[in-house]
Design a protein around this ligand. Structure first.
Ligand code: 3PG
Length: 214
């Protein structure tokens, strides 16, 4: 049986903002700014005590947000994220047992990989789009170009070290569906409540062209 496809979601925007919410009151205005800027695919990382509550608040209050849970690293995170309203899950990496658990999730998953062997193991479980993390540190654009030869059926969402200076090089690759990154949600802007800045950064990112066709 095939796994839930992430392609319809990923078709919605070329960039997934990777969000760290320190204060719950920032969640809704931040998500609104991203949606207004044209980046509805918001990944809220499970790295802070309010992350699940933030997912719940955004899912309930922000029309148009397509909310994912990121930094999903344990089986318990899967159920908790789904219960909070996450429409997709993202992991930074995968052990075999964890990948098997992710393959049973009822929503699309971007499981993390950083090597060819990890990509092959995830492909064998039926995943079609993998998070490539940490993208810049693990080989960046040359890695993605190299892996397209032996594994032409796989698509990637590289994340980690991507920003305005290199994002277009990633999106120009035919095996890159979208990229993830935190540059559109700078911690200082969030802390200062400067959601206009987030909206402007999102607008610039949402207009980026990608080579992949849906
Ligand atoms: C992360 O998980 O922190 C993401 O990969 C974001 O990385 P970035 O801050 O380098 O964009």
């Amino acid at each position: 049986m095939s796994l839930p496809s992430p392609f319809p979601l990923l078709a919605r925007a070329p960039v997934i903002p990777v969000v760290v919410i320190e204060r719950l009151e920032h969640a809704v205005p931040l998500a609104r700014a991203l949606v207004e800027g044209g980046l509805p695919l918001i990944e809220v990382t499970l790295r802070t005590p309010v992350a699940l509550e933030a997912i719940r608040a955004i899912a309930a209050e922000v029309e148009g947000a397509i909310l994912g849970a990121g930094t999903v690293t344990e089986v318990a995170h899967v159920e908790a994220s789904l219960e909070a309203g996450a429409a997709y899950l993202v992991s930074p990496g995968t052990t075999h047992a964890f990948a098997e658990a992710l393959s049973e999730a009822p929503v699309p998953v971007l499981p993390g990989c950083a090597t060819v062997s990890e990509a092959m193991a995830l492909s064998a479980l039926g995943f079609q789009v993998l998070k490539f993390f940490p993208a810049e540190a693990a080989g960046g654009v040359p890695f993605l170009k190299s892996i397209a030869g032996p594994l032409p059926h796989l698509r990637f969402c590289p994340t980690g070290g991507i920003g305005p200076n290199n994002v277009e090089t990633y999106l120009a690759l035919p095996n890159v569906v979208a990229v993830g990154g935190s540059w559109v949600v700078p911690a200082d802007a969030i802390r200062a409540g400067d959601f206009g800045k987030v909206r402007d950064l999102a607008k610039a990112a949402s207009g980026l062209k990608r080579a992949v066709r849906f």
